[in-house]
Design a protein around this ligand. Structure first.
Ligand SMILES: Cc1cc2nc3c(=O)[nH]c(=O)nc-3n(C[C@H](O)[C@H](O)[C@H](O)COP(=O)(O)O)c2cc1C
Length: 403
């Protein structure tokens, strides 16, 4: 028997409100917003200053027009590819995200399991909550490690030795955080402050989110920066973290340090945070195997160009010698397709996996990856290509009007 129209509309509204079946990163973002204390949600969601670059990253993808091709026998679509020397089911990597373990219980272990299931690489941040050994124990496959340069090179050497012992074969060395960007939301939320006021606001936010409090705050301990727990004083508090970053991250780093890194790291080395062709050339000259075209998800220098708009010039500069990845604003399998068409070997995505993790843990990340892969498959089929290697510049329509 058909449902009366009013009841059906009510049901639709209910489903929309509660996102019973989340599909896109935007769906998971809404769920994450409900589940997380404000200061944590904004830490993930926000960008630097006026968030111009944050918005440009996604807008940049919207502005790319694809060509529809027909009658090309697309019955054998294969999204698999090689990423940094390893076979992957699709050209997508989970980007390093600091403190992911504050968004879901032992978050990095849940995410690495989802990445394993999807057969794509996971990247553990230097400032993850779970440490290298815990992630290794949860993972059935090698994962990537992300490094920030610290003043104390002994700490760096120790981290790299642990990464190697954990079976990491690829190191993503982040170079766009010489100083932490100005993130207004964090300041407004008192996320970086230990003042009485800020503590009261945070306590209130925590009290308003009992699910998160039970699952993460209480059952998800410890909350230190796993890899650095013996180094960071008072770990587990955002303000302590930021103060520590300011005091320990080394802003004097130059390409010479990459040469030093190259001499002690035997695995693959990828430089993360390149936007300019000259910097990409310098990275390769210093011994890197690849670069990630990235503006740190719009969290560092506001008003730099979107990553996707800078990708082609970096590909032109080094694409024949090195792997070029990109991140920033990837929100669908169609975006993955566009990045590949512009020459990327693969993409990393940050916020989408963390929103999904916050909303539904491992299952959320798995679903996000499954949807992305299906969207990529469809984009390939309707553009007339069967293999990742066949996705090229000709997939993009430079002549069409955007709207
Ligand atoms: C909450 C958050 C934390 C991040 N932490 C790190 C980090 O620890 N190391 C790093 O290299 N990049 C970090 N990034 C940047 C991501 O690796 C990636 O470059 C960015 O999120 C890509 O943009 P997207 O979020 O639009 O996908 C972080 C990004 C976010 C959103």
């Amino acid at each position: 028997m058909a449902m009366p129209a009013r009841r059906a509309r009510g049901m639709e509204a209910l489903l929309a409100t509660y996102n019973v079946v989340p599909v896109t990163p935007a769906d998971y973002r809404r769920l994450a917003e409900r589940r997380l204390p404000r200061f944590l949600f904004d830490y993930i969601d926000g960008g630097a200053n006026a968030e111009i670059t944050l918005a440009a990253n996604t807008a940049g993808f919207r502005d790319i027009v694809l060509r529809q091709r027909v009658m090309r026998d697309v019955s054998k679509i294969d999204t698999s590819t090689q990423l940094s020397g390893m076979q992957a089911a699709m050209p997508v990597v989970l980007a390093p995200v600091g403190m992911a373990g504050m968004m879901a219980r032992r978050g990095e272990t849940q995410a690495v399991r989802a990445a394993n299931a999807a057969n794509i690489p996971f990247t553990l941040s230097t400032v993850g909550i779970c440490d290298l050994a815990e992630v290794k124990a949860a993972s059935s496959k090698p994962f990537w490690f992300q490094l920030y340069m610290m003043r104390d090179r002994g700490v760096v050497q120790d981290l790299l030795a642990r990464a190697e012992a954990a079976g990491c074969t690829t190191l993503a060395f982040t170079v766009d955080l010489a100083i932490t960007g100005m993130r207004h939301r964090d300041l407004r939320n008192g996320a970086l402050s230990a003042s009485l006021n800020a503590r009261a606001v945070k306590a209130w936010e925590i009290a308003r989110h009992p699910q998160w409090t039970l699952d993460v705050a209480m059952r998800g301990r410890p909350h230190g920066f796993g890899n650095l727990s013996d180094r960071v004083p008072d770990p587990g508090r955002l303000e302590a973290f930021t103060a520590w970053v300011a005091s320990q991250f080394d802003s004097s780093v130059t390409w010479k340090d990459i040469e030093w890194l190259r001499s002690i790291w035997k695995g693959r080395l990828i430089i993360k945070g390149i936007l300019e062709a000259d910097d990409a050339r310098a990275a390769i000259a210093a011994g890197a195997d690849g670069v990630i075209v990235s503006n740190h998800g719009g969290r560092q220098l506001d008003s730099v160009a979107s990553s996707i708009s800078k990708l082609p010039s970096v590909v032109d500069a080094i694409g024949d010698r090195a792997e070029v990845f990109m991140d920033g604003g990837v929100r669908s399998g169609v975006d993955v397709f566009k990045a590949l068409a512009l020459g990327a070997k693969g993409v990393l995505m940050g916020r989408p996996w963390v929103w999904a993790l916050a909303a539904q843990g491992e299952a959320g990340v798995r679903n996000t990856l499954a949807v992305m892969q299906q969207e990529l498959r469809i984009a390939m089929a309707l553009s007339g290509v069967n293999r990742i290697a066949d996705i090229g510049r000709d997939a993009i329509d430079d002549t069409a009007m955007r709207r």
